[in-house]
Design a protein around this ligand. Structure first.
Ligand SMILES: [Zn+2]
Length: 462
């Protein structure tokens, strides 16, 4: 993801907006507009003082992930032949070691020491066929893409005898049973009955066309693939799926062994982007929400605090809104706002008919706006502290439940403390671990499983 906010530099944009046809069209639309002074004052009066621990409540470890992708043609001479390449980097920061990175004179992170950290890391990579590429003899791009998704997610991403296999993670998230109800092959799409996928049966043949169907087809990533069109959005969906499955894989592994569970209470996972999954694989968000809930139950049973998973968004509508408000926010004071659905529809999306529950099909985390004492603004998200969105209550009730800040317990304060600790002038409204992970994914230089090996070892040594 790009770091600096990219501003469109195209000439003629102002002319275009002044065009009477465009003006007339806009008058028929609802959209985010800069608030008037009076409106801004009213909005800001609903912000609360940001909680702070004394001393700050910081984790022992931070694991930050960042993903990047490329979906360019394989070479300039074949512009319609596209390959998807996804990289996900993880940076593990032991907080006691982090202090050593800060130059005591400038309070900035020492770039030479950071470079040293980078040498210890390697992104996990995934390669996928795009338009005009037939993988392993497939009849069409889409079927080849399905197979590539399965092959890539079924590869073990950990060294030695240890395993980190995302297809297994996907099945575990689904209680070891995935059901697919229609043949995903581009040329068949026959409804099928009782095709059940388990850890020991991850593939089946379609009873109608004999094409191989994979457990990973449940993600529906292939539905965005066409033989000749631009498949960039399918690659983006795959990237998001991988990033969230890796988070789930880390958590599941630490939950598996009682000796490691306590690490979960002392760790913060920082995800670059919203706690949500969009498009074809969006239903995966429910499984992750339920995993986090169950992890927290286990932690609570052992007397530990809930797990801190923090989504950080550098761009998007909430950040755009925050920047419009910036000059009205109090100086030198940390303030916070939970973005409830009313607030979102009134001030951010500009919609007069809000949905019963924003992000019902996509989000597993709640957005917050936080302006630090030093004046930087962050849009962070914390997982909804519920197992699901609607068994025993409806979606409008869920919208109320998720907006109750008390439900997030200590997590709000811990999130604010973490952001304060890592906020940095060097990176525009970013925090250090994400900036580090980001640098990694952008330039290529610990397989992801290595993070897990280090964490499980750390839990035993403390
Ligand atoms: Zn079929």
């Amino acid at each position: 993801m790009p770091y600096n906010r990219e501003t469109a530099g195209k000439g003629g944009h102002a002319d275009f907006v002044r065009n009477p046809d465009v003006q007339r069209f806009l008058s028929d639309c609802d959209y985010m507009k800069p608030p008037s002074d009076a409106e801004a004052e009213a909005i800001i009066s609903t912000f609360i003082n940001a909680p702070a621990g004394h001393p700050p409540r910081l984790p022992n470890f931070v694991v930050a992930s960042d993903a990047s992708k490329s979906d360019n043609p394989i070479n300039d001479k074949l512009p319609s032949t596209q390959l998807g390449f996804i990289k996900v980097s993880h940076v593990l920061i032991a907080m006691d070691k982090y202090a050593e990175l800060i130059d005591p004179r400038s309070r900035f992170v020492d770039p030479f020491k950071v470079a040293e950290m980078h040498r210890n890391a390697q992104p996990i990579t995934y390669v996928l066929p795009g338009s005009n590429i037939l993988y392993r003899g497939s009849a069409n791009v889409r079927d080849g893409f399905r197979r590539a998704v399965y092959d890539q997610l079924t590869a073990n991403r950990r060294e030695g005898a240890n395993r980190m296999v995302l297809t297994e993670t996907l099945l575990t998230l689904n209680d070891d049973l995935i059901t697919i109800k229609a043949c995903p092959s581009a040329e068949c799409s026959e409804p099928i009955e009782h095709l059940e996928f388990t850890q020991s049966a991850q593939t089946h043949s379609c009873p109608a066309c004999r094409t191989t169907i994979y457990a990973t087809d449940w993600l529906r990533l292939h539905e965005g693939i066409s033989d000749f069109g631009n498949n960039a959005s399918a690659m983006t969906r795959m990237m998001n799926v991988v990033e969230h499955l890796l988070l789930a894989a880390f958590i599941l592994e630490l939950l598996r062994d009682t000796a490691h569970v306590q690490v979960l209470a002392r760790i913060a996972f920082v995800v670059d982007g919203p706690l949500a999954l969009f498009g074809e694989p969006a239903k995966l968000h429910k499984r992750i929400m339920s995993l986090l809930y169950r992890a927290n139950l286990k932690l609570a049973g052992l007397g530990f605090e809930p797990l801190l998973v923090l989504g950080l968004q550098k761009t998007g509508a909430v950040m755009d809104h925050a920047l419009l408000l910036e000059r009205f926010l109090p100086k030198g004071k940390g303030v916070l706002r939970l973005i409830d659905d009313d607030y979102r529809s009134k001030y951010i999306t500009g919609s007069s008919t809000p949905s019963a529950n924003f992000g019902h099909e996509t989000y597993y985390g709640q957005d917050f706006l936080f302006k630090t004492e030093r004046g930087r603004i962050f849009n962070f998200a914390l997982p909804y502290p519920f197992e699901n969105k609607g068994i025993g209550y409806n979606s409008a009730e869920f919208a109320q439940m998720k907006a109750d800040i008390a439900q997030y317990g200590s997590l709000v304060e811990r999130a604010c403390d973490l952001i304060r600790h890592f906020e940095l002038d060097l990176y525009d409204n970013a925090i250090v671990p994400v900036a580090l992970a980001h640098r990694h994914a952008s330039i290529s230089i610990m397989p992801g499983g290595k993070v897990l090996d280090l964490l499980t070892r750390a839990s035993l040594s403390r």
